[in-house]
Design a protein around this ligand. Sequence first.
Ligand code: PLP
Length: 446
Amino acid sequence: MATTEVPQERRIVTEIPGPKSRELQRRRLAAVAQGVGSTLPVYVHRAGGGIVEDVDGNALIDFGAGIAVTNVGNAAPRVVAAAAEQLGRFTHTCFMVNPYEGYVEVCEALNRITPGDHEKRSILLNSGAEAVENAVKIARSATGRSAVVVFDHAYHGRTNLTMALTAKNMPYKQGFGPFAGEVYRMPMAYPFRWPTGPENCGPEAAAQVVEQVTKQIGAHNVAAFVIEPIQGEGGFIEPGAGFLPAIAEFCRENGIVFVADEVQTGFARTGDMFACEHEGVVPDLITTAKGIAGGLPLAAVTGRAELMDAVHAGGLGGTYGGNPAACAAALAALEAIEEDRLVERAREIGATLLSRLRALAAEYDVIGDVRGRGAMVAVELVAGGGDRTPNTEALAEVVRHCHAQGLVLLTAGTYGNVIRLLPPLVIGDDLLDEGLRILEEAFARL
Ligand SMILES: *Cc1c(COP(=O)(O)O)cnc(C)c1O
């Protein structure tokens, strides 16, 4: 059932994008709403391992994994086989009409692998945004409170409620309001930009959050804190040490539901199955999506049984949530993560990325910060010479060079000055090395 194996070699046979991609781009502009962007308009023919092959016959190195989705690889053979087997039996019944085992099995698996050994329940949905919305619904229903606390630089999705939770106006919110109410934004422990230095960042930021929540909202009015344990679109901001545990403790003391949005950080990406584990934080609810099913659309909320079961029967659901093929894919992806030891592999990839990029940072002072964990690593570009002004020009040049050389590279950051590296966890060392060499070259040419 699996497609022919994609050779694990970069190969550039046309300019990037090539003539067939440019022709498709022309058709696309006449057919697809222009509000949907594309980082690199190279049209895909097939993909696997660490390679994306385009319609012109170019083979690009993949440092994006479809935004941290194909952690187990694109068209991973186990995922393809499991989804195909399921598709051959039935494609859909709607779990709310006639249930099926795959949905239950995915929930059992999520309850087992997410942090904490308390009793848990899960619900399956279609997208990360939908998972976050449902986490808020559950927290409000369970607590009888309405306020939701989120953070600077946060990204939680593009639906109305999740736009309200997301921090950045352009491009996510501009012109799309009015937004949902009872959302309060707090400072984020951003070590690189913390005024008194990274060592003080975690505790000082936590103290500010506690002070502001207490004074501005009243802890007893807060249903939930929603936080990414490492912020994704915000620029791979790993909160200062101690911040997450302090926030989780404040939530526990005040009956607030602590929601970890692990949509981007989940499923081995950060060198733990979930990023919360790094500081031993046990969330009350955890939202997952991206890396869950090897590229098929699936999302989930998993959490404490008493919270999850507080919602009345019929209060949660959706037509497609937990589609049977996506469930089969998720079970196969999870098997791949566990059997192929992808948590360990993410740590190895992280060690390689961090050592190479830190060496690069020592050479080029436009690199202000190198950060991240596991295969979720970022480079923040600044003016240089001690000036931390975001450097979007250098970013554009570096990315342009990498794309032209056949390296799929993504950007991020509130200030649009962060390169983010998210290779599939099955990428080989050769391709990882070659991708890094292209990136090194890009800095040398600046
Ligand atoms: C991508 C993302 C979302 C939204 O997921 P979609 O599937 O695009 O709706 C939510 N939270 C985080 C942390 C994300 O990275």
